[in-house]
Ligand binder design. Structure first.
Ligand code: AMP
Length: 460
């Protein structure tokens, strides 16, 4: 009989303690299948999506064999985007918090080299990062993998889509052949198998079904007439009124156009696409996750690795080009036991794609007429929060408690009126209940945070 208790695994007590403190009671299916393989130090080729618990699976595997006494980098995790790298580092850190003196470093592009070079002098045990920047460090000689034991390629399909194949191969040239290589991918195109053949040694393959539990997602398709795409989308928003929705477009130019169009119509919407600077991307994500914006328009690439909890709806403004990617998109709603909503627009000429999705998920799709949508002319989706931007961050020793304290000191605002606080190196963001945001802005502009004056403004 297989058991899904973590305690059944041959792992150190420190890890069991941190797993328990994170509230993980049972292994997820991918963990139950992957961990025995990982702990035997075999190579693994796993098909698993975000939300499956894959990060904890490889994190536990690599932490179990880590030797903190050694000054060598023993594990490298390559990720397609900085957001994913940040999430992965966070999860590894949480699981490693019971292991004294462990050093985990995140190295991604879009950030100054100088700080990274300084951190590298402290010999990290685990490095998480994006291929371009990792390669740069390897070529500079600031990062050495002579003692590397575990290499993880996370969301490998996406890294290939983003053109990282060559960088990954060049990085591999500096890694010992005798190592454990773990390859995680949400989809399984031929290129993945080719990469696996090149870099892995007799990998054990596991596949966790890509199809989600259909019961938890209400999925409806709407056929629209040519020229009425955006009008139909607005009708969907007015009919369903989702508190938060992620709208997928297939091209990045379209994202901004659609966001501008919706904004004109009074929706609080932001676009996430590859043309944004890193800080703009951070800002968009902060505003969407702290509930200051109800709609995020994104491409698949831009949305990859986003860990947005409690997403009320996923809307396909464009159908995905393949059924598996569609299932992946809609799997972002309906997590954590909530019923999700997945709405898709299609043209008559795309009926074959809708049929393909039905076939792939093994269940007939529901198509409803747009006539059934109850539109309400003046209805606007107003997000509950608004965001203030503060021109001071971690480097200015600003902490979340300082911002909260400054806002609530006069008792005009209460803790319950303040939402998420995000602190970056040089800037911070605080979410405030939308009706009170002017008051909050006044308090912060006229007052001080930690005895200092900072520039504060409200984001749109
Ligand atoms: P991932 O697929 O790695 O993005 O993980 C999805 C989420 O599941 C993360 O927020 C993890 O913290 C959480 N998680 C991972 N393993 C478990 C577990 N065994 N039990 C409960 N939650 C978990």
């Amino acid at each position: 009989m297989t058991t899904s208790a973590f305690a059944s695994l041959p792992i150190k007590t420190e890890l069991l303690t941190s797993i328990a403190s994170l509230g993980y009671e049972q292994m997820t299916p991918i963990q139950a299948q992957a961990l025995p393989v990982l702990l035997k130090r075999q190579d693994l080729l796993a098909q698993a999506k975000t939300g499956s618990g894959k990060t904890a699976a490889f994190a536990i595997g690599l932490l179990e064999k880590l030797d903190v006494q050694s000054y060598q980098t023993q594990a490298l995790v390559l990720c397609p985007t900085r957001e994913l790298a940040d999430q992965v580092s966070k999860e590894i850190r949480q699981l490693a918090k019971t292991i004294a003196n462990i050093k985990i470093l995140t190295l991604c592009g879009g950030q100054p080299m100088s700080g990274q070079l300084a951190s590298l002098e402290r010999h990290p045990h685990v490095v998480v990062g994006t291929p371009g920047r990792i390669l740069k460090h390897v070529q500079k000689g600031s990062l050495q993998f002579g003692g590397l034991e575990t290499l993880v390629l996370d969301e490998a399909d996406r890294m290939l889509d983003m053109g990282f194949h060559e960088d990954i191969m060049l990085i591999l040239d500096s890694i010992p052949r005798k190592r454990q290589t773990l390859l995680f991918s949400a989809t399984y195109p031929d290129e993945i198998r080719a990469v696996s053949d090149l870099i892995q040694h007799e990998p054990i393959e596991i596949r966790i079904e890509a199809t989600h539990d259909n019961k938890k997602i209400k999925q409806v398709f709407y056929q629209f007439n040519k020229g009425e795409r955006s009008k139909t989308l607005v009708a969907l928003l007015q009919h369903y009124r989702p508190e938060s929705s992620l709208i997928f477009c297939n091209r990045k130019q379209q994202c901004q156009e659609l966001a501008d169009d919706l904004w004109q119509q009074g929706f609080h919407v932001l676009a996430l696409h590859g043309d944004l600077e890193q800080f703009e991307r951070d800002q968009v994500l902060v505003q969407f996750s702290n509930q200051s914006s109800s709609i995020l328009v994104a491409t698949d690439v831009a949305a990859r690795g986003l860990d947005i909890k409690e997403l009320a709806a996923v809307i396909n403004y464009d159908l995905s080009t393949d059924a598996e990617a569609h299932i992946h998109r809609i799997g972002r709603t309906g997590r954590a036991g909530n019923v999700g909503l997945a709405l898709s627009l299609f043209l008559q000429s795309e009926q074959w794609r809708v049929d393909g999705i039905g076939k792939f998920q093994g269940k007939a799709v529901t198509i409803e007429s747009t006539n059934s949508l109850k539109t309400r002319e003046n209805f606007k989706l107003i997000p509950p929060m608004a965001t203030l931007f503060i021109n001071g961050g971690r480097k200015d020793k600003v902490r979340a408690g300082d911002i909260l304290g400054a806002l609530t000191a006069s008792q005009k605002l209460q803790g319950k009126d303040i939402g998420r606080i995000d602190i970056f190196d040089k800037i911070s963001y605080v979410a405030v209940a939308r009706p009170l945001v002017k008051q909050a802005l006044k308090i912060l502009t006229e007052g001080k945070i930690k005895g200092r004056k900072f520039r504060v403004r409200k984001l749109r």
